[in-house]
Design a protein. Structure first.
Length: 118
């Protein structure tokens, strides 16, 4: 069972890493250009993108591209969560409905894709 779930756990860890880059990007944008804080957050953004790129290639060795790419939709949910936690943004009912529709699509695509690749 873990062999089947393991690639998906790695995939979602990689997707979380990609969304963390958005946090660093937004934090960098709030700093004076070329200040220490700007350079720090921008450097962390580049680091997170580099780690994401390397790990994404490893995910593609374990999962078909169509399944991996279909799961990228969950980054919308992580982005909303990070906005609430780090930037005190609000989430509307339409945001929640939209995220639920995207999540439903991800689940359907992954479920159907798994059936085809068994």
């Amino acid at each position: 069972m873990l062999k089947k779930i393991g690639p998906y756990l790695l995939l979602h860890l990689v997707l979380i890493i990609s969304t963390i880059g958005g946090i660093f990007s937004k934090l960098a944008s709030k700093q004076p250009f070329f200040s220490f804080e700007f350079c720090l957050f921008y450097g962390l953004l580049l680091l997170s993108l580099g780690v994401y790129a390397i790990l994404w290639q490893q995910v593609l060795k374990l999962l078909p591209l169509n399944l991996a790419y279909a799961n990228k939709g969950v980054t919308i949910i992580w982005g909303m969560l990070w906005g609430v936690l780090f930037f005190s943004e609000s989430v509307s009912l339409s945001n929640i409905i939209g995220a639920a529709v995207v999540l439903g699509g991800v689940i359907l695509m992954t479920w159907d894709g798994e059936k085809k690749h068994e």
